[in-house]
Ligand binder design. Sequence first.
Ligand code: ARG
Length: 466
Amino acid sequence: MSDTKSGGTKSHKLWGGRFAGGPAPELEAVNRSVDVDFRLWPFDVALSKAWASALGAAGVLADDEVNEMVRGLEEVGRRIAAGARPEAGDEDVHTIIDRLLHDVVGGVASRLHTGRSRNDQVATATRLWTIDACTKLDAMLADLQQTMIVQAESLERDIMPAYTHLQRAQPVSGAHWMLSHFWPIARDRQRLSAAATAASVLPLGSGAIAGSAFPVDRRAIKDALGFQAISHNSIDAVGDRDFIAETLFALAVLGAHLSRLAEDLILFGSSEFAFVRFGDAYSTGSSMMPQKRNPDALELARGSGARMLGDLVALLGTLKGLPSGYNKDLQEDKRSLFDAVDGTSLLLPAVTGSLATLSFNRDRMKAAVTSSMMATDLADYLVRKRVTFREAHGAVGQLVREAEEKGVEMTALPFASFKSANAAFEPDVMDELSPNTSLGHRNLDGGTGPEAVRRQIAAAKALIQD
Ligand code: ARG
């Protein structure tokens, strides 16, 4: 540690003894990461306390030194919580904590950095931050899922079109559509949980690259900090950012899911669909067009998925081609990680709020279900009468064409038309043109029949109760 003059600012450095002069201001500017990594401070304080205790247990520090340091670190935490902020000369979060610790406990602070490096330190702090972030994101995702369940239950008996190629395809229960967005979020939560598990491996004790030369008990540090495991290889441990890649992948996929949910809702909110009306609290107006009711939060959800994707690509780009061990390139990891977590944390409550406050126009949804959407059911009807599906498909196609040419619904075609399309048609075929009959055929698991949807809602509820 040395206090050097450089760039006109007095700085508390964790290095510098081997240099005749201070670093160029241009180097300091590019090297400085405290504006990004300052938020790691609660974790850096926690790991420093664990490290001080481990140094004490290893006989490197005397008991009173450990006590003084732990007390000092707690005071540093309080000072930062009360508003102490980085100064111009603070290179990174580790520097400001070291500087404040010197202010609080004086010279004994200079013993804390024994046997550790910022390489194992920053990896440890970033892992702790990531585990915490995954927990917070998970709670927000659970809220979103809860809102989906509430909406699904309200739509259980409402019928709407399901679309393929954005063309009306087949009738489904509104709950079935709503929950089609629930299960992707369930997978996102699993991915985030797996990323948190990947993060839960302790690097501290790896030193700069070769492991600490002091016999600290890494398992005790692991337990003190709540990690699940300790790293097996110090070279790997200081350069491993897989847990960040996994978190960013989980967030990029989540971003895609939010974007698709948002797009469904935006589309359904257009006057052409008018299936949903956005709540006042989540609608914005236009400065020019007084009638507008814009779903900005959903549009931002749709748009900002691109950022999470960019953050993932940026991190993978940084990692690829790096030599083993720590390289300063890795400082960039936190920019991507924080950006993706911040963006997602901002979006999730807004998406949940948008969904919770919108209302469905059940009549519009039902009115969009036309008889031609039961074409598959008509073909299935013939199949039940032993007609081959191929033949049935052709016969129903003929009926669809006839209705289209006459400009009527298939329900308005005379029975004679059915009979001439295929002799196996009986008068009871008219039942098949009801959307409720269509749904009633689909009570297999995962289908949109009323009983299947009831089971699905129960499964969704059970999942989030766990
Ligand atoms: N700010 C650095 C980072 O985020 C901390 C580690 C610096 N290590 C070093 N040897 N300069 O990666």
